[in-house]
Design a protein around this ligand. Sequence first.
Ligand SMILES: [Zn+2]
Length: 233
Amino acid sequence: MEMLPKKDKCLCGRCNKETNCDVLFSANKRIPCDDERNYMSLSVTQCCGCSEWTVRERCFWIDNYEYNEFGEAETIPVETIIYPTDYEGGVEKTSKDKFCESLEGKIKELEAYCPWGIVQLVRECLSAYQRGLDLLATVGLRMIIDAICQAKKEQEEISKAKIDSLCESGFINEKQRDLIIKIYSCGNSAAHEFEPLCNHELTASFTAMFIILDNMFHLPKLGENVPDKKKGR
Ligand SMILES: [Zn+2]
């Protein structure tokens, strides 16, 4: 008896969108690395619309996950279309891509009020994250915190280049200090024990870092433009 191929909604490399496809072949194998849960899959599908074959490789890295609408962690595969060979993408952007794009816009804003060196560190740190260099990105976050403390010390706004001094001088409150210390400690673990933050932890830390940079450098500048009291009222 001939087995009918399984049908599935898949990206067709010619139609450049998800179509109904026959799954002609599909197999998984382990990715040789430390974590046994990482695996790759190879599949050959045939589009029910245009009849073209699509050969795709997908790598499932256990650390690369997002929370779905039900709050469950879902591994996001890194997908490569091997055939058609002239396939040029058009794959939907992942939420990581969108997140990084939004931060690139924020970095441009930072240039207006943040010391140059800090902006450069943030840019390189985000670039490491975009390339999947999570260890470097995690260490980079710690470096940004160090650089903030140094900058505030050089501007003689705090007495010591320490996170606690930022709090004592009122640049951050105690809750923010505790958060900065957490991010800093994770940077230490990355540097000394090679334990990087994973995807959702990095996005949370980056988001927090931008809010902190705003508080630290943007808010004081905005304050200069607001008068103590509007005259004539
Ligand atoms: Zn098609």
